[in-house]
Design a protein around this ligand. Structure first.
Ligand SMILES: *Cc1c(COP(=O)(O)O)cnc(C)c1O
Length: 355
């Protein structure tokens, strides 16, 4: 058992209006922190009042970006139970990311206990309105005050919580996506499979330019040939072509999404053929031209399922499923969110109860 020290705030904050949450704007009263020192390992797990961190300006994370993060959600059911969705998977992925960024591994069981503990402390912050949840953001930063380039000897593992509404203001409505042909996100051998801030820093320019053109996100192509589809900004991507579902295979440049994994399991269970393979943007456009591209959607914790209504590749725009949410996209969304909220029986053992 994790022995977590507890220091509760004397100044609880007012809670935000549940209809105006947005994404990532509000933070709860407490946070979890645990330190790492080489030779001593991870130690001093504690829950303390949410507050700014005081860090030396030379702290390594500011200079070389040695950091990783995660994202998952807690939900309150109709009957007041608090559910996490596949938290063990997120904690396993932390270690996958850690390994790539030279951060020492964490004990995944302890990390899940830490998540349960901090969610329990701030459980009154879990919103209950339709489409809302408590977003959980664990992250690790390198904390040596040092300007040389090497892995840090010290780290902090922190968990903060944010009550959130729908990720996209459009909700489950289809989004317009710009197929990025100038910038690339990741290459094999790089850090594409790791959830690390540097990948996002590298993606911002493309995102800003796509926004200026009226698109919600970019669809990344492979970094070598700019030919094969990789993923959308914060989501993995799926295409329904001729009744079969195709998603890019994980080859090291794509983030191994947990919503992706859940979606594949559901589809297989429903008898829908799912193929993980390379798919070129050319092939996708040809399928559309032949009337075989039935649905396209992104998967990720924040939005769960985000249907794609339009793509723009080098000025060639295609509208998918008349710009409407497809039946399969809607079914996956309803099933995953139903399981997350405890409204649909969880026969997969995905949900984990807090306490
Ligand atoms: C987090 C993330 C995803 C989605 O992963 P989930 O585990 O489903 O939330 C997809 N792509 C990128 C780049 C991500 O950072």
């Amino acid at each position: 058992m994790l022995d977590i020290k507890m220091e509760k705030t004397n100044h609880p904050k007012p809670k935000p209006d549940q209809d105006q949450l947005g994404f990532g704007l509000y933070f709860t009263d407490h946070m979890f922190i645990m330190d790492y020192i080489e030779g001593q390992g991870w130690h001093d797990p504690r829950i303390v009042p949410y507050a700014p961190l005081i860090l030396d300006p030379s702290t390594m994370v500011f200079h070389y970006g040695q950091a990783i993060f995660e994202g998952l959600k807690a939900y309150k059911t109709k009957h007041g139970r608090i559910l996490l969705f596949r938290p063990q998977k997120n904690m396993e992925r932390i270690n996958l990311s850690n390994d790539r960024i030279c951060i020492p591994p964490i004990d995944t069981g302890l990390a899940v206990e830490a998540i349960k503990a901090i969610v329990e402390v701030d459980k009154d912050w879990i919103p209950e309105a339709e489409g809302t949840s408590l977003y959980i953001r664990p992250f690790i930063i390198a904390t040596d005050p040092f300007l040389g380039v090497r892995p840090s000897y010290t780290y902090k593992f922190i968990i903060i919580l944010s009550p959130v509404g729908a990720y996209y203001p459009e909700g489950i409505d289809p989004v317009k996506i710009f197929v990025e042909n100038k910038y690339v996100r990741a290459v094999k051998g790089g850090t594409g499979f790791a959830k690390t801030p540097g990948n996002y820093a590298a993606s911002l320019k493309a995102q800003v330019e796509a926004k200026e053109k009226g698109y919600t996100q970019v669809l990344w192509l492979d970094g070598v040939e700019r030919k094969y589809i990789e993923e959308v900004g914060t989501m993995n991507v799926f295409f329904k072509i001729n009744g079969k579902v195709i998603t890019p295979m994980l080859e090291g440049s794509i983030l191994p999404g947990i919503t992706r994994d859940s979606t594949i399991s559901l589809l297989k269970d429903w008898g829908v053929e799912v193929i993980e393979r390379k798919i070129s943007i050319q092939e996708l456009y040809e399928a559309h031209a032949q009337g075989r591209l039935e649905e396209a959607f992104g998967t990720g914790t924040a939005a769960v399922i985000s249907p794609i209504g339009e793509l723009n590749w080098e000025g060639n725009k295609i509208v998918i499923n008349e710009g409407k949410t497809g039946d399969l996209s809607a079914k996956i969304y309803n099933t995953i969110t139903g399981i997350q909220k405890g409204d649909i029986e969880d026969k997969y053992g995905w949900t984990v109860e807090v306490n």
